[in-house]
Design a binder for this molecule. Structure first.
Ligand SMILES: N[C@@H](CCC(=O)N[C@@H](CS)C(=O)NCC(=O)O)C(=O)O
Length: 249
């Protein structure tokens, strides 16, 4: 029995969710509501003490870290007809260069700008007392700082630096996709799933950087993944997270 705890098909939550749909594995989905800070609730911290999604429960064993969950699914279901990891060691290494890069670099710059735009207003909808109360339930000290920065507004120089990194990341993806149909080579792999999780929607959120004229290969790759049956099914069945500011209960 597989249960995925997630915010829905976006960002880090999208990685294992799309992998589950691609692999056509049956799973139960437990959607957490970030606007109610459910990821910080005591019941969920018993599942992931870091108070973050996604987390996967497989017959009572909990796996965390989005990319690790994806790799776990490959290991736990080796006979699955829909592999997302190549068999050739060199190809696996290429795939992991791209999953490492999204986890250590690309994800962070997009995330900070996303927090400024979306989490900031959500945090400002709370009173000072309510906000301080919420912070008490966060277990990662760096996340407390991030919530505070989002509420106050990140310093301008931080936002400029993160935008520089976003542009660099987009250029790297565009370059790679101009020479290869998929990031790790001829096959669609976890490299694509994990980078798609962060890049999907950038044509809207970062329209001046990701668009048909400036990044045709990246836009084409996003479209090809969105049109895969697994992605279509996932987006049809699971609604996106709702980060509209509202008072938390
Ligand atoms: N390294 C972790 C990062 C997980 C993460 O950043 N999760 C975000 C959602 S994309 C989250 O739970 N944020 C809420 C919070 O930190 O309060 C992974 O890849 O799973």
């Amino acid at each position: 029995m597989l249960t995925l705890y997630s915010f829905g098909p976006g960002a880090n939550s999208l990685k294992p969710m799309l992998a589950l749909y691609e692999k056509q594995l049956d799973f139960k989905h437990h959607m957490l509501d970030p606007s109610k800070f459910e990821q910080h609730a005591d019941w969920f911290k018993k599942i992931n003490p870091r108070a973050q999604v996604p987390a996967l429960d497989h017959d009572g064993k909990v796996i965390t870290e989005s990319t690790v969950i994806c790799e776990y699914l490959e290991d736990a279901f080796p006979d699955n007809a829909h592999p997302l990891r190549p068999r050739d060691p060199f190809a696996i290494a290429q795939m992991r260069v791209w999953t490492k890069w999204v986890d250590e670099y690309f994800c962070w710059c997009v995330s900070t700008l996303g927090w400024e735009r979306v989490i900031g207003p959500m945090a400002r909808a709370l009173s000072d007392a309510e906000f301080e109360e919420k912070l008490k339930h966060i277990t990662i000290p760096e996340q407390v700082t991030k919530w505070r920065n989002a509420r106050a507004g990140f310093p301008k120089e931080v936002l400029a630096e993160e935008m520089r990194k976003v542009k660099l990341s987009v250029a790297r993806l565009e370059q790679r996709l101009s020479e290869s149909p998929w990031l790790a080579g001829p096959d669609y792999t976890l490299a694509d799933v994990c980078n798609f999780a962060i890049a999907n929607g950038m044509e809207r959120g970062f329209a001046d950087v990701v668009n048909e004229a400036a990044t045709p290969n990246l836009v084409g790759w996003l479209k090809r993944i969105n049109e895969r049956p697994a992605a279509r099914e996932m987006f049809a069945k699971v609604k996106r997270e709702d980060l509209t500011p509202r008072k938390a209960s």
